[in-house]
Design a protein around this ligand. Sequence first.
Ligand code: ZN
Length: 505
Amino acid sequence: MARVPTDGINRDLGPLRDRLATIGDLRSAASVLAWDRQTYMPEGGVRGRAEQLASLARVAHGMLVSPETNRLLKDAGEREPGSDDAAFLRLARRQHDRAVMLPERLVADVSRATALAEQAWISARESSEWSLFAPHLERVLALKREEAGYLDGDHPYDAMLDRYDPGASTKRLRIMFDELKAGIVPLVRDVSARLDEDRAAPLRGSFDERAQEEFGREVISRFGYDWSRGRQDRAVHPFCINFGDPDDVRITTRFDPMRLSVGLFATCHEAGHALYEQGVDPSYSRTPLSGGVSMGVHESQSRLWENLVARSRPFWSFFHDGLGAAFPDVLGDVDLETIYRAVNAVRPSEIRTEADELTYDLHVLLRFELELALFEDDLAVADLPEAWNAKMAEYLGIIPDNDALGVLQDTHWAIGYFGYFPSYTVGNVLSVQLFEAAVNGRPETMLQMERGEFDALLDWLRENVHRHGKKYEPDDLISNATGHPPKTAPYLKYLQRKFGELYGL
Ligand code: ZN
């Protein structure tokens, strides 16, 4: 595809652009504080930090909904379709319109209720006591449903989805999940019938944390993560964060001294997010066009590097020597095929974040169905644990020993993130569609991977996905990049081929 030069944001939009840049700066400052909270802040800082974050959010929200912003948006008129200016205005208006639809009282209620619910969730999970969390979840859910009532959508759940994936709809997700369910559930059943020895065993043992960190850094440096515009720190829940421009994009990770895959794949995953952010056109900095376009597309990037790259045979044919050298006592003698089978070992398990590539989407499917039932009044909060376990039994053939390993495992509901889970699966689906288009566009990709080189792949992603930031709607971005709107067939075919081969189906 020919490179279309970005034209930047027109000068006559200056005052509006400045105002939105200031609002963006406030949010970026909040992100720095959030990053600090999750990495270096002492525990004692919690309450002060909550106030600082709330103040910044309040000031930013106030500026966004103010008559002055409204006037600047109205006066801006219309711009040439397809231009950066048109995208800038579309995104700015969307932000503004969504913000004014929600009463300030509700915004404050959600913020307070989720802060309390998160606290309650932490204790509830520690003691595996659902009853400690249930009343908080009732409250959060009631507020989110009220929020949905103020926002647009054919279905109340659409308003939840829209926040993470503009344009996503309940109707479309139902179709996607139905297709995936029909393909993955029988595949998992077939593989489960063939679970032989514990293939993941080589990845358990004693792994020096320093060596783990160094190995991960080597991998993502080769991916193209730019350390002069980023850094890596430790955090309990790994994440990637940016501050409104591509020149400071940070990742965090955590290491398990007994299990190699935890730190390694978290590092690759977060680096995938970071490569996206580092690749956005710098002229979009401090504008609504900066950053990844949706959570679904964002997850497509993290999952692409984590799974299509770091769980592939070409990748390990290059890295397996280095891995043996990094952990000579545990992995010094392990051959390539054993490593490849180990990083792709399937084992239905309770915890989503530790799930293998094949069963992962069933964890998401379960959450999607439960969320939908909650929003459609088909399920009461009180009945969630039972509904959870029933679906685990149906899709994965296991029932969690307790609620901490079941319905209480994720933080999303506590913090009000209904509608977020589907992004993980949308990301998986898109990751394969994009990867195949990249390999088509740059056939040297696979051979390069065997040499530990990734520039053809990164270059294609930069060109077709990263640099565009939020300029296009997610569907248009995918269609432009791959020639098709999002579809599940390539993903299902990929899973069938890969795991069919691995398990001799
Ligand atoms: Zn992610």
